[in-house]
Design a protein around this ligand. Sequence first.
Ligand SMILES: [Zn+2]
Length: 296
Amino acid sequence: MSNTKKNPLDLSAFPAASVIEYSTLVCLACTFEIFTTQLGLAPRTAYSEIKKYSPTVAELTAPKALPPFFDSEEKHPHCPYCKAAKRWHARFDTTRIEGEKATDAARRKLVKALPQKDGQFQIIATNSQKRATFFDWLATLDHNLELDDDDWLLESTRAWLARCEPKTDWAGVFQSVRAVRRSQRLTEAWEQEGRRLFLAPHLYSEILVVQYLVSRSHVHGGRTLEGRLTLQELLRRLRYGGYLEKQGISTSDQFEILEQVIEKLSGGAGKVKLYYIVDRRDFLEKVKSVYASFAA
Ligand SMILES: [Zn+2]
């Protein structure tokens, strides 16, 4: 059991939608091979170089890991490149927090409380376009939800609502909700009535777009609360629902409309600061134990 599992980060101060967690494995057999055979370093030197190694954000968060990184859901995976067994694998857990004024103090406190010794944690701050951050969020949704599952429509609805209204107890609301409807009378927000959740038209429209964007690459036409929709059908619903007018979107080019809707959902054109907290504890522990057996 590694330390990482024993002491997870306390993220309770952050809205769920502003945090993304990534996990990837690195094969230390492959890594030592690169440093000793390819780079010609003595094991001892390789060991001290590898310990210092800090993966890039791209390596830590890639949807498809590249060597010597790999992803596996298996309990006892083997390295896909060299077949090394589990004791050669180290895990990097990375937590990405979107920089927001409301959570700046909490983030500083969290970072300050991390153990500083031996580079157990590394913080990487980057700037990203809001649009890119929104697409990362969609990719996480896609990764975490089972599109063939009927719960997907409810779960994706809940995810968007949690992004819009982070302070509401959505887990509580969705315990009883079984259906989502467009409200005929609400002009904003939402209302729960027994097992049904009624949404103001613009909120309902946004959820259709989110569902379309996540599911369009999996099925022909996206899968939404309104069934499978092509882009044209989706935009027709947005138009009839009054969404496009409300957002001041008047172009007739459908790809341009989608672009403008995405910009609106992303929160505008600006930039957002992203903080990556990289947990290197498992890595440091495994490098040490692997070196001990490697050098023996
Ligand atoms: Zn390997």
